[in-house]
Design a protein around this ligand. Structure first.
Ligand code: COA
Length: 532
């Protein structure tokens, strides 16, 4: 077994500088996470409590097995948009009665828990995770339904929520709805289409139309309770399978439902594994503030894999991409990590071969991103960089083992694709606060625009306004820089969350545990045509 060494010196000025930058970014991240935790703010939280109700996260906490972790997903959804950070919904993975489950909870303190376009994206992503990993899905429902002013963005695509629920069920993945309050109009189809439905006495309201709408539609006089109360649904309509006395009872009953699911993991949890030999705290001292300065990803690998043991594959070939085998919390993984930033032909071919090997052996892949993309220039084009980059992207696209991606540094251009960026459907994708991702770097992008504008002016025989060009460059650079940052990308659901680097091993361990609920089987063949 090969144990990784380290060159990190926690006493060095370099280390201290990297750590200071990381801590600064983590403090900024904490401030944004606090916004998500605050939900709809003090006023609405106080009103919710005064009604004797639990908050979304409190409901989740009571649902989970005591002292077990909750991997919250996309807590910064909607960041940078017109909607509150968190998108009025909490989603994540946790353990209920020993079963790993995907949990979603509306946050009724945020605009009545109504779903806006970002809530929809977040909910659909949660469904995707449940399906890919065969996780039972528990919906903790209390929502004003569609956010009415943004209905044009959500009404038509929003149908997918209900479609997904029934497709999960059809695939044998259990779905459970616990209704704590309003679940009206389209929202009524969440309990309607779940395998198991629990409602809370005097609290749940599940109807297609409330009393005012019924009055408008048919002239009938009615009240909430007779149209959609828990008691009525438990005794008369049969929409509720279980009637709960209060919220705590509903959560207790949900746990009993999970206990009886007989839902089995495809792969057992491995035995406890060795911790890395180096302190994960040192993960803060590795990535430089300026991503142009390269760093050795083995220093990261040494702090996240079991016993810091790593058997490198082709260590002497295509050295700008580190590939090799390890275990993480006992699960086997193949790791691809960028070393010098640029991907050349050799790195691309090495990656394609490595991905095929992982598929032959049914080993999940972990991609650690720090790439500026594939190498450009005459020598490299003539050497077939397009063919070889395509080969790597082909391998990533058609690989069938689960992929996990962590953006630790740069993730630019097609390098983001080859390293299994969001569009390549990694089972999970997280970013460190140091990450940056865009089609190219801000200076390069502004420079390209400037050259194109200059050529266009020359073609028309017009003089080029150098002053305007400088202004344009500065503006574009600032814009692209801000759009490359992890909070912006996380807000748009381009990742599953930004994590503290020190939590990487834990987060990846939870993800690996989740993915092993479904069978881990690689592709045997079935790749597209590799252009050699
Ligand atoms: N779209 C947009 N905003 C909504 C909303 C919705 N569907 N539901 C509630 N809100 C807003 C309210 O306007 C209110 O905003 P304000 O505080 O700035 O005035 C805030 O969310 C809280 O709503 P409020 O009615 O005070 O909360 P509540 O807890 O007493 O009641 C509901 C919550 C969901 C029962 C109630 O708001 C309601 O019936 N909403 C409409 C439900 C509906 O018919 N939806 C159609 C779905 S297709």
């Amino acid at each position: 077994m090969s144990r990784l060494g380290t060159r990190i010196d926690p006493e060095s000025a370099e280390y201290a500088a990297h750590r200071d930058t990381a801590l600064e970014r983590l403090a900024e991240l904490d401030a944004e996470h606090a916004k998500a935790l605050a939900g709809g703010g003090e006023k609405y939280t106080a009103r919710h409590r005064a009604r004797g109700k639990l908050l979304a996260r409190e409901r989740i906490e009571l649902l989970l097995d005591p002292d077990t972790p909750f991997l919250e997903l996309s807590p910064l959804a909607a960041w940078g948009s017109d909607y509150p950070v968190g998108a009025s919904m909490v989603t994540g993975i946790g353990t209920v009665e020993g079963t790993t489950c995907l949990i979603t909870a509306n946050d009724p303190t945020v605009r009545g828990g109504a779903s806006n376009p970002w809530t929809l994206k977040k909910a659909l992503r949660a469904n995707e995770i449940a399906r890919a990993n065969r996780l039972p899905c528990i919906s903790l429902v209390e929502s004003g339904g569609a956010d009415l002013p943004s209905q044009k963005e959500i009404f038509i695509p929003g149908g997918a929520i209900f479609r997904d629920l029934t497709r999960l069920s059809a695939e044998g993945i259990p779905t459970i709805a616990v209704v704590f309050g309003n679940s009206t109009a389209g929202g009524a189809y969440v309990p309607g289409m779940s395998d198991h439905t629990i409602m809370v006495k005097d609290r749940s309201k599940v109807f297609l139309g409330g009393p005012p709408l019924v009055k408008m539609a048919t002239g009938e006089e009615s009240d909430d309770e007779s149209l959609g109360g828990a008691d009525m649904h438990a005794r008369i309509s049969g929409l509720a399978d279980q009637l709960a006395a209060d919220e705590e009872d509903a959560i207790r009953q949900a746990r009993r439902v999970v206990a009886r699911l007989n839902h089995r993991r495809a792969h057992p949890e491995p035995a406890a594994a060795d911790e890395p030999r180096y302190d994960p705290e040192e993960l803060l001292g590795i990535v430089p503030a300026d991503l142009k300065t390269p760093f050795d990803p083995r220093e990261v690998i040494a702090r996240i894999v079991d016993g810091s043991a790593f058997d490198e594959f082709k260590p002497l070939y295509g050295t700008s991409l580190v590939t090799g085998w390890a275990t993480l919390h006992g699960y086997p993984v193949g790791i691809l990590a960028n070393a010098q930033g640029v991907l050349f032909s050799a790195e691309s071919q090495k990656a394609a071969q490595f991905i095929q090997l992982a598929n032959q052996r049914d080993i999940p892949l972990l991609f650690l991103h720090n790439t500026t993309g594939y190498m450009v220039g005459k020598e490299y084009e003539q050497g077939g960089i397009v063919k070889h980059g395509s080969m790597m992207i082909n391998a990533v696209s058609n690989s069938r083992v689960p992929h996990l991606s962590v953006l630790i540094g740069a993730s630019y251009g097609a390098g983001h694709y080859g390293m299994c960026g969001r569009a390549y459907e990694p089972r999970f994708l997280f970013a460190w606060p140091s990450a940056k991702s865009a089609v190219m770097g801000p200076q390069q992008l502004a420079g390209v625009l400037s050259i194109v504008a200059r050529q266009s002016a020359a073609a028309k025989g017009r003089p080029y306004d150098e002053e305007a060009d400088a202004g344009m460059r500065a503006f574009v650079e600032a814009q692209i820089e801000s759009e490359s940052l992890p909070m912006f990308l996380s807000g748009r659901l381009y990742d599953d969350g930004i994590i503290d680097p020190r939590d990487t091993r834990t987060v990846l361990g939870l993800c690996l545990s989740a993915v092993h609920n479904a069978p881990v089987e690689g592709a045997r063949g079935g790749f597209g045509v590799f252009r050699m």
